[in-house]
Design a protein around this ligand. Structure first.
Ligand SMILES: [Zn+2]
Length: 185
């Protein structure tokens, strides 16, 4: 049904590459949640070069940096490079200890980081609403509790695929971004 709609509107799916990491499925689920909320199609591709959104799982060795999304030019087209830092230690000793004690909590940090950065790649902006995935910690707030509230909704890791982490505000943002995109094409 989604494909029929895509053909009808003449919109190509947004291509993404989840990167090479044992946890790259978290990036897939992240992109899929945004697509479902925004009502647009996404397509996983086999190489970074083919993709409009490219995940890189690296430790940039900068303390406090767990995710980043950047628009870069590649062979004449604009693509999004998303960096996810899978090293819990970069979050500081308290968060690292929490993640070590509860591996699912560690995966929630990674997953929500993927969701937030994929949101940037899909044109969502920071908000000051703590309920939002696009919330920026520049506004303060309890960092550990932010991840714990989503952790509390899960029993096993695959629950992340079903349990949307997006707030009402996030959904409104991605729908507006999808409308802007369809206006451009
Ligand atoms: Zn951000």
């Amino acid at each position: 049904m989604m494909w029929a709609l895509v053909l009808l509107l003449g919109q190509a799916p947004i291509t993404y590459w989840p990167g090479e990491h044992e946890k790259s499925v978290l990036a897939e689920w992240a992109v899929e949640h945004w697509a479902a909320a925004g009502g647009f199609a996404v397509q996983k591709v086999k190489t970074a070069e083919e993709a409009e959104i490219r995940f890189r799982w690296v430790n940039p060795r900068r303390s406090g940096l767990y995710g980043q999304s950047q628009r870069v030019e590649d062979k004449g087209r604009w693509v999004n490079e998303v960096v996810v830092n899978p090293t819990a230690a970069s979050l500081g000793p308290e968060m690292a200890a929490r993640a070590a004690q509860d591996p699912l909590y560690g995966d929630v940090i990674l997953f929500l980081t993927c969701v937030h950065e994929a949101g940037h790649a899909l044109d969502a902006q920071h908000t000051s609403n703590y309920a939002d995935i696009m919330y920026s910690f520049e506004y303060g707030g309890d960092f550990a509790a932010y991840f714990q509230r989503y952790r509390d909704r899960l029993k096993v890791r695959t629950d992340m695929q079903r349990q949307s982490p997006l707030s009402t505000g996030d959904v409104k943002q991605i729908q507006a971004a999808a409308r802007r995109r369809s206006g451009r094409r």
